[in-house]
Every structure is written in C-alpha cells, then in structure tokens.
Design a protein around this ligand. Structure first.
Ligand code: PMP
Length: 314
C-alpha cells in the first residue's frame, strides 16, 4: 500500500506505507496541532472508482486549519492528493458492492517548536485502507448517554476535526463498550439537557414526518453525511429542522438514527439514560431506511447522482 505525502502542498509524492519521522518537538506531538479527515471511495459496477463529496472534506480541513493556526492545502491540492492515493492503491478498492476504500487525509504541525506556538512546518499526507461495514454490520446501535464527561464545550474545538477531540472521548467510549453499548451520546456542556453527538457520528431524531438534528454551532462536527442527509430528506418531503434537541425530546422520539462516513446512516435501537432504556423503531419502513437507501444508491451507483456529489478518480 502506498500513501501520498508532502510538506509542500503542491509537491507531494507517493511513498510505501510505513512509519514517518517526526521531531519529538513537533507541533502535533506536543500541542495536538493536527487535523484529519475521513471519506470513502466506491467501485461502481463498471469498474470506475468514485469519491463522495471530497471537496467538502477539503473545506472542513481548511476551516480546521484556520482554527489551529495552520496553512492548508487548496481544495484542488487536497482532492488531487486523495485521488493519487486511491489510484496508487486501486487494486485494494473492494469490488462493487463489497465495501469501500476509506481515505484518511492528515494535516499536522510537523516542525519543531519547544515553546507553545504554531509549528514552523507542516505535513499533509493521505493514507487509505479497504473497509467493510462499521460496527460489524449491526443493523441498529444501542447508545448510552454519557453522564460525566463532555466531548466539546462552547469556544473550544468541537466543530473541527482535530485529533485532539478524539482522546477525550476514549474513556466514555471504552466504558460504554465494556457495558455492551455500541456508542456514546454526549450532551451539551452548558446545560446538560440537549444532545450533542456521538463519538464519531451525528444524531437525528424523528417524530412523525419531522426530522430534527442539533445545529453545528461550534460544539458539533459538521458531518458531511449529516449535510447530505438533510438535503436528501428535504427532497423526499420530510420537514427537517436544525435546532437544539433536548434529551427528553429524543427519549420521546419515534425513531433515532445516526450519520457518518463510517456508520453511513444507521438506526439507533435504544438510548439508555440513568439506567432507563428507551427503544425505537428500527424495522422495515423506517425513515432511516429510506434515507439510507437513497444515500447509498447515489454512492454505490444504483441511483442517478442528480446532486453531482460523486467525483471520478480513474
Ligand atoms: N461527529 C464526529 C465527532 C465525527 O468524528 C464524525 C466522523 N467524521 C461525524 C460526526 C460524521 O461526520 P462525516 O459525516 O463527515 O463523516
């Protein structure tokens, strides 16, 4: 497997996957000055390989880089590096319908600086790996509300995809998994009454024909799947609201589902809060299923890509 790497955004090169050298004083190791992205490449029935909205990942990385005082590759440089990494590993892209290739772009402060400050040099790299379904193909997930810890607070970095957002969720996620749950549901850090998101997915609540999801004002990652699902749901005639969703409202929903590059669109079977388990509709004829069918249809090629979301690699 090869990955594309460059410390000058316009002059990357393909190198075999392996360890990279970093100064012990690098910005990423000492001050968490790093961002990553996650997207997928799919093989169509006719052999072509397509990416799902890669420019959206480039834009999210750009926004994150501004917040972390880093320069970032242009949209064209980002998408080009992603294409190069996927093409160089074309034979590892699973056959049509058998999974996808996960693509992980990473931007980091690689230069050395002992004192706290933006790193003097940066590295942007892209590596890839074939993947099957996340959560081992579970049809629905069981969530537990995290009572003690928060994922993000106002004014922090919850709205960008910095590496530093993921270590604070490890404890809650590990405790949840040890109790048999698949994911954690984080609440807002200010009042503890509203839902934020999962450790790696956005959350939607469904009541009748109406779908609600929290707005992404700073503490929630603006998921690209979230944004796409909102567009699809509106086109399908659902009423979609981006507004604060109280935990009480979620516990009273007909259906709950989560979105993300890894989980795609997956039903939530239950949410457990303070020992009380609330179950939701997950079987046939769910809103989640309709949205998932449309999104995966566009991604895998069964449905026409009327939104122009798919980008050809080869
Ligand atoms: N929230 C968090 C915290 C995430 O890590 C992810 C995965 N990137 C998401 C939401 C979903 O974002 P996307 O749909 O862009 O994968």
């Amino acid at each position: 497997m090869k990955c594309s790497i460059g410390d000058n955004f316009s002059q990357g090169s393909l190198i075999p996957f392996g360890n990279i050298e970093l100064s012990p004083c690098s910005g990423i190791l000492n001050y968490g000055q790093g961002l990553f992205e996650g997207l997928k490449a799919y093989r169509k029935e006719d052999g072509r390989i397509l990416l799902f909205r890669p420019e959206q990942n480039a834009l999210r990385m750009k926004a994150g880089a501004e917040r972390l005082c880093m320069p970032s590759p242009s949209i064209e440089q980002f998408v080009d590096a992603v294409k190069q990494a996927v093409l160089a590993n074309e034979r590892w892209v699973p056959p049509f319908g058998k999974g996808s290739m996960y693509v992980r772009p990473l931007l980091m402060g690689s230069g050395a600086s002992l004192g706290l400050g933006p790193a003097p040099e940066y590295t942007f790299l892209v590596y890839v790996s074939p993947v099957g379904s996340y959560h081992k193909g579970q049809r629905s997930l069981n969530l537990v509300v995290e009572e003690k810890q928060h994922r993000a607070s106002p004014g922090g970095t919850g709205g960008i995809k910095t590496v530093a957002n993921y270590s604070p969720v490890l404890d809650a996620l590990t405790r949840a998994k040890a109790q048999g749950f698949s994911e954690v549901l984080f609440l807002d850090a200010t009042t503890g009454k509203y839902i934020d998101e999962g450790s790696a997915c956005n959350i939607f609540s469904v009541k009748g024909n109406s779908i609600s999801t929290p707005p992404t004002h700073g503490t929630i990652l603006p998921g690209i799947t979230r944004k796409s699902i909102i567009e699809i749901a509106r086109k399908l005639g659902y009423q979609v609201e981006e507004r604060p969703v109280a935990l009480d409202e979620l516990l009273d929903a007909d259906e709950v589902f989560c979105t993300g590059t890894a989980v795609v669109v997956t039903s939530i079977g239950s949410v457990t809060h303070q020992g009380r388990r609330v179950e939701y509709k997950t079987q046939a004829d769910t809103v989640c299923q309709k949205l998932r069918e449309t999104l995966t249809g566009i991604q895998m090629g069964g449905l026409e890509d009327t939104m122009g979301w798919m980008v050809e690699v080869n």
